[in-house]
Design a protein around this ligand. Structure first.
Ligand code: NDP
Length: 290
């Protein structure tokens, strides 16, 4: 193995520490804590685990966590009414509705109803549009975490060639726009891309956000490439990414492990977005490195 391992756990801990320090300053100046409301509808076990982890991390950063647990049979009207109340609540700076939602609820309608300036997941059409045209808004947490890892590893991304495999609205597309914003030359690959290994082999930066265990192999990579593995797949009781770590780490210059790479950055970026929302709402100035 020759690649440097990109330690997402350490990067996430550092970001969380930075957020906590800013939150402490905010509380002193504003006399209140930033608040994140998390809404969970139904009892999907994976969603319950995520919501618990987000609540715990929010409190650890010195912020207020408001959890709303609704039954699986909740109507769309009732959920929209809760979103309206949270939009109007001055103690709430960030609103996150955990996906997936039960079939009787139109997730797009709910996400669109969240005040874009409290949409710390960055999934609303307004924030997607802001990202596309380069305005300040909220960027989805996983792509933001990937960008931070890449900047920390490579510094200036300008002129680098990047291939993002995957074009979902929550990972691939926003990440491609972020990389473009940093002046990388970006290719977005997907299930219809022809000769994917040849496309990947051109790239200085490879991001895999596919959902196919260990798909990207070492012989697809340009020697020295930086590889960000977003995938989380469970096989035979263990977690693996979308990259075949063993063969890839013989060729890559640097690579994120799974677990311990992108995953921990996602929650850290959610805390960052929640603090930034509070700071923007109160005109509170904060460190640019966030
Ligand atoms: P989606 O299923 O929404 O998107 C997957 C993308 O991969 C699609 O654009 C699809 O193409 C493309 N794709 C599928 N098969 C192939 C293939 N054989 N070759 C090339 N492209 C292919 O997934 P998400 O974006 O939501 O998630 C991607 C992965 O990231 C998953 O493993 C998920 O668990 C993980 N994840 C991790 C997070 C974290 O915090 N670390 C957060 C979010 C997701 P097409 O559009 O043509 O169908």
């Amino acid at each position: 193995m020759t690649a440097k391992i990109i330690d997402g756990k350490a990067a996430a801990a550092a970001l969380r520490g930075e957020v906590a320090a800013e939150v402490a300053r905010f509380r002193t100046a504003e006399g209140r804590a930033p608040g994140l409301a998390v809404v969970l509808v139904g009892d999907d076990p994976a969603s319950a685990v995520y919501v618990r982890a987000k609540g715990k991390a929010t409190v650890e950063a010195g912020m207020e966590s408001f959890e709303h647990r609704l039954s699986a049979g909740t109507s769309e009207t009732d959920l929209l009414a809760l979103v309206d109340r949270l939009n109007a609540d001055p103690a709430v700076d960030g609103i996150l509705v955990q996906l997936p939602l039960p079939p009787q609820i139109d997730a797009n309608k709910v996400i669109t109803r969240i005040d874009p300036d409290k949409d710390v997941d960055g999934f609303s059409p307004v924030n997607a549009g802001r990202l596309a045209i380069g305005l300040h808004g909220f960027v989805p947490c996983t792509p933001l975490g990937c960008l931070k890892l890449l900047r920390a590893e490579l510094g200036d991304l300008s002129g680098k060639s990047a291939v993002v495999i995957g074009r979902s609205n929550i990972v691939g597309k926003p990440l491609a726009l972020l990389l473009l914003g940093d002046s990388a030359t970006v290719t977005i690959a997907h299930s219809r891309t022809k000769d994917l290994p040849a496309v990947v082999r051109q790239a200085d930066i490879v991001v895999a956000a596919v959902g196919k265990p260990q798909m990207v192999r070492g012989d697809w990579l340009k020697p020295g490439a930086t590889v960000i593995d977003v995938g989380i797949n469970r096989i035979e009781g263990r977690l693996v990414g979308d990259v075949d770590f063993t063969s890839a780490s013989d060729v890559a210059g640097a690579i994120t492990p799974v677990p311990g790479g992108v995953g921990p950055m996602t929650i850290a970026c959610l805390l960052r977005n929640t603090f930034v929302s509070a700071a923007r709402r109160e005109n509170f100035s904060y460190g640019k490195s966030l």
